[in-house]
Design a protein around this ligand. Structure first.
Ligand SMILES: Nc1ncnc2c1ncn2[C@@H]1O[C@H](COP(=O)(O)OP(=O)(O)OP(=O)(O)O)[C@@H](O)[C@H]1O
Ligand SMILES: [Mg+2]
Length: 590
């Protein structure tokens, strides 16, 4: 994918923002690369001196006043070790400091992504593949940072190495070097075409790996469904297809890799051969040492040059990743421009002409809704599946904003509330119970938010939610871990934990979506009793399919296709003999 210079530049600038806090380490890394590269000509110098000393021993002898005549050739190995040490220091400094930069950037980008993720609107999560969002945080961040810091390393360290080696070559024999300069790119191109095939093969391998992971993950998560529906054969086939493809691609990669090995070997020897021939031809009056050092330096050149020519694809990969990360960071967070933030609301709720359509949906989920709920009263929402009951509750928490109309709490339109303050007023038990992979106590205490809670409060909430007796029978009581999303609990138990969590919140508004649907009759009566205590002095919106649980509500609102079709007390609605009476009769029979 081609990217314009401008947009690349914008990305670089943005990435640099993340490097800034680590610019000390970044500078150290640069210093390390310079030290490393400067070692190359020193190495060549030592080599030249050594060979010249071998061929012409007199030149290596030195008269030192106190010691007499010394054969300095014996000092060369020591000098080489010193150079190696020098380069080692440079290499370490470069590698370690650069890792510090990249690990730091990964850390900061993750933190930024996670924090931003928490502030994203619900609609964004509806529209995105959750795996894709998570892989930005895990995979994209590491890949991008790796690619970018690696690119910097190659450009600076290998670039300097090439410059220093090439300067040495020029200085040593410029004529020969100019001929070499023409020849090198040809050899480089030969190596590169082999490398490109290898890269595209390994990229295709990543795809199949991704597919294998996806299929396996799904099978693990859906294992009960697979068993219940006898889907084993289908899963096996699906997996086998991906696995077989992976097998083929692995083989292809191995084949290209093996062929590459031989090609590289061949190219290398052709290169060395041509070089030796050139040396014979253009050696002039160079000494043996000069020539050996020259050939060695020329032999060291192709590797860094190849890395430099490949740096493009690295940069492209890094920029693509950076683009995807920044595009997530650029998704606007939930609207939170309001400032109204009282400690405790009275709990008066009003829906005024509310219409709402989910993003990308065709139909109105709520189609002109007017409803006023007095503080402290209990309103039950009933109606067929898909009539918009849960949607109504979600709008109250501002998971979504109405497309038309207005919702008020205490007479103040919801957008004028500070988001956190608004949500603080509402204890919400959703239709799908969501628990954390933590202990029972921690899950209940989650309801208290930032406030510190005592064990007594947690126990009291559990008792009120009729969860105490089952919690006490758990192996470690309140300190029992409940597994991923409460996998170690029954449906009804999970629901009671969710209710206890809401109880602990002690908010003026209570929203219960199907809160008692997964309970047996006895527990349901118990929870019902608990809820009735809880509802006192609170505005309650309760959504239930079982009409027996809503009989005692101050008002029952019957919804159908996003509209209110009836409302009144149980007795009034029965007497009216309308939709509610019909639903009620069906429910009693069921
Ligand atoms: N996230 C969403 N994106 C798009 N459409 C949605 C979304 N959630 C719900 N809907 C649609 O909105 C309509 C109302 O859904 P809602 O969940 O409010 O119904 P409900 O009355 O709570 O039903 P149930 O009794 O089955 O829980 C349905 O037609 C549904 O398909
Ligand atoms: Mg619902």
């Amino acid at each position: 994918m081609e990217r314009s210079m401008d947009s690349s530049w914008v990305l670089y600038r943005r990435l640099w923002q993340y490097v800034r806090p680590y610019r000390g380490a970044f500078a150290l890394a640069m210093l390390g690369y310079v030290i490393f590269a400067s070692g190359q000509p020193m190495m060549m110098g030592a080599l030249k001196y050594f060979v010249d000393g071998l061929t012409n021993p007199a030149r290596a002898r030195l008269v030192v006043p106190a010691l007499g005549e010394v054969d300095t050739l014996y000092l060369v190995p020591a000098a080489l070790m010193l150079v190696a040490l020098w380069q080692g220091i440079g290499s370490f400094l470069g590698a370690y400091s650069m890792s510090k930069v990249s690990v730091g950037i990964i850390h900061d980008l993750r933190a930024a992504l996670f924090a931003h993720g928490l502030r994203l609107p619900t609609a964004y999560y509806d529209s995105q593949d959750s795996g894709r969002i998570i892989s930005r945080l895990t995979f994209d961040v590491t890949m991008t940072t790796g690619a970018v810091t690696e690119a910097v390393r190659v450009v600076v360290r290998e670039g300097l190495t090439v410059v220093s080696l090439f300067s040495y070559l020029l200085w040593s024999n410029w004529k020969l070097t100019l001929v070499l300069a023409v020849l090198l790119p040809v050899l480089g191109a030969m190596m590169r075409s082999a490398g490109r095939k290898l890269r595209s093969a390994s990229r295709r391998l990543q795809e199949t790996m991704g597919r294998i992971t996806a299929i396996a993950t799904e099978a693990v998560l859906a294992q009960r469904v697979i068993k219940a529906f006898g889907g084993e054969q289908r899963e096996l086939q699906r997996f086998a297809r991906a696995n077989d493809e992976d097998f083929q691609r692995q083989l292809r990669l191995a084949r290209i890799g093996a062929r590459n090995g031989s090609t590289t070997q061949l190219v290398t020897f052709v290169a060395i051969g041509s070089l030796l021939w050139l040396v014979l031809w253009l050696r002039g009056d160079a000494s043996a040492g000069e020539l050996v050092a020259y050939v060695t330096a020329a032999g060291l050149l192709p590797k860094p040059i190849r890395q430099l020519t490949e740096v493009n694809s690295r940069i492209a990969r890094g920029l693509a990743g950076a683009e995807s990360i920044f595009s997530l960071l650029d998704v606007p967070p939930e609207h939170d421009e309001g400032s109204f933030a009282p400690e405790r609301a009275r709990g008066e709720i009003a829906y005024e002409g509310v219409r709402f359509r989910y993003p990308n949906a065709q139909d109105w989920a709520l189609d002109g809704l007017d409803l006023r709920i007095e503080p402290g009263s209990v309103v039950a929402l009933v109606g067929p599946s898909g009539s918009g009951k849960s949607t109504m509750a979600q709008l109250l928490l501002r998971f979504y904003d109405p497309t038309e109309g207005c919702i008020r709490l205490d007479g103040v339109p919801l957008p004028q509330w500070r988001l956190a303050a608004l949500r603080r007023q509402i204890a919400y038990v959703g239709q799908q119970v969501v628990l954390f992979d933590a202990t029972v106590a921690e899950n209940i205490a989650y309801g208290a938010g930032e406030r510190a809670v005592s064990r007594e409060e947690i126990v009291a909430a559990a008792r009120a939610a009729h969860a105490l007796e089952f919690i006490e029978r758990l192996p470690q009581g309140f300190d029992t871990p409940i597994g991923e999303n409460g996998a170690l609990l029954s449906g009804g138990q999970r629901q009671r934990l969710a209710i206890a969590r809401a109880l602990l919140k002690d908010a003026p508004v209570l929203v219960l979506d199907e809160a008692t649907s997964a309970l047996d009759n006895e527990s349901e009566r118990a929870v019902q009793a608990a809820l009735e205590t809880l509802m006192q002095g609170r505005t309650t919106l309760v959504i239930a399919h079982r009409l027996t649980t809503v009989e005692r509500a101050d008002r029952i609102v019957v919804m159908e296709r996003g509209r209110i079709v009836e409302s009144g007390t149980h007795a009034q609605l029965l007497a009216a003999g309308g939709r509610y009476a019909q639903l009620y009769r069906e429910d009693l029979v069921a």
